[in-house]
Design a protein around this ligand. Structure first.
Ligand SMILES: [Zn+2]
Length: 306
C-alpha cells in the first residue's frame, strides 16, 4: 500500500463496523437549483436530473489511513464542489475537485455511479452492504482509487476515484468492494472486482492496470510461465499480501481475475460468493465445488496454458 498507494485497497471490517449509526443530516443541506449550480437542466418533457449541486456541508471524516489529510483538504469548500446523487441506497455525496470535471463529465460520472448501484447487486446476487449515503471523492492528482475509506461524516463510508476525467476510473471495481464485500481472501476479492468491472465495461481500459481489450487468461498464461515466487501459491487462498513491486501486484490481480473467471464458469456467482464469504479455505473449496483446491487449481492452470 505504501509503495503503490492503496490501489484497490480492502474494505476493512473495521471500516464496515464504522459504517455507523449516525445518519447524515441531509435535510440540513441547502439545495441549490440546478441552474444556480451551473448544471444543465433537463430538456422540457425529460425527467428531472438525478443529481443536483448542494452547498458544501461541514465535513468530519473519520481517521483511517495515510490519505486522511488528502480527503479532508478535498472536502474543504474551497477545493471541491458537492453534489447529491439520488439512488435507491440513500444517495451519494459526490465530492469533485474544483475545476476538474465539466458538466458533461459529471453527468456521465453520475450515470456510471447510478448504474453501479443498480447493476452490481443484480450481477453479483449480493444484497448491498451499504444502505445509507456514502461519499465518492473525485480528483485529479492524488491517491489511486480505493474503496472502504471514510465518508464525509463520522461512520460513513466511501470510495476514492482517480482517472475519472480520462474515462479510465475503476468505478465498478471499487463499487463491487463497497457494495458486495471483500472477505478474507484478497485474491478472490480483487478477482471478482476485476470480473465485475470487465463485465460492465467490456474491453474498456481502467486505471491503473486494466488495458483496453484485457484478457486475464492470456496474462495468466504469461504469469504461469514466469512463475514469480509465491504468487501462484496465493491464488484464491485466504490472506492479504504485501507486494514487492507494482509489477507483482498487477500480476497478482491478473491471475486472480483469471482464476475467478474459471470459478465462475465452474460454479456460477452464488457459489463464488459462498467461497468468498468463507475466506477461500481448502475445506470451503471441497464443500462448495465438491473437489479439492489443488484439483481446481490444476484444472485452471491446464486450461489457461492451452
Ligand atoms: Zn480492488
Amino acid at each position: 500500500m505504501k509503495i503503490w498507494p492503496c490501489v484497490f485497497a480492502l474494505l476493512l471490517p473495521a471500516a464496515a463496523a464504522r459504517a455507523g449509526e449516525r445518519r447524515p443530516a441531509l435535510q440540513d443541506l441547502r439545495r441549490l437549483a440546478p441552474q444556480q449550480a451551473g448544471i444543465p437542466l433537463a430538456a422540457p418533457g425529460q425527467p428531472a436530473l438525478p443529481y443536483h449541486r448542494i452547498a458544501q456541508e461541514a465535513a468530519n471524516p473519520d481517521s483511517y489511513d495515510e490519505n486522511d489529510a488528502f480527503r479532508r483538504k478535498l472536502l474543504d469548500a474551497r477545493n471541491s464542489d458537492e453534489y447529491f446523487v439520488d439512488t435507491d441506497l440513500g444517495g451519494i455525496l459526490l465530492v469533485v475537485e474544483k475545476n476538474y470535471l465539466n458538466a458533461r463529465q459529471i453527468a456521465q460520472l453520475v450515470s456510471d455511479l447510478r448504474q453501479a448501484v443498480y447493476d452490481i447487486p443484480r450481477l453479483t446476487g449480493r444484497p448491498p452492504l451499504v444502505r445509507k449515503r456514502f461519499t465518492v471523492y473525485v480528483y485529479d492528482d492524488g491517491p489511486i482509487s480505493e474503496a472502504g475509506v471514510p465518508g464525509a461524516q463520522p461512520g460513513e463510508t466511501g470510495i476514492m476515484l482517480a482517472w475519472v476525467k480520462e474515462g479510465r476510473s475503476p468505478i465498478f471495481h471499487e463499487m463491487t468492494h463497497l457494495l458486495a464485500g471483500y472477505g478474507a481472501s484478497q485474491s478472490l476479492a480483487e478477482g471478482i472486482a476485476c470480473a465485475v468491472q470487465g463485465r460492465l465495461r467490456p474491453g474498456q481500459a481502467s486505471a491503473p492496470f486494466m488495458v483496453a481489450g484485457a484478457n486475464p487468461d492470456k496474462e495468466a498464461k504469461r504469469i504461469i510461465a514466469e512463475d514469480p515466487p509465491g504468487l501462484l501459491e496465493g491464488l484464491g487462498e485466504p490472506g492479504h499480501y504485501n507486494f514487492s513491486s507494482q509489477h507483482i501486484r498487477v500480476d497478482f490481480y491478473w491471475a486472480s481475475w483469471s482464476f475467478v473467471e474459471f470459478l465462475l464458469r465452474k460454479g456460477g456467482m452464488a457459489k463464488l460468493w459462498t467461497l468468498i464469504d468463507s475466506g477461500g479455505t481448502p475445506q470451503a473449496y471441497r464443500k462448495i465445488y465438491g473437489t479439492s483446491y489443488d484439483a481446481l487449481f490444476a484444472d485452471w492452470k491446464r486450461k489457461v496454458e492451452r
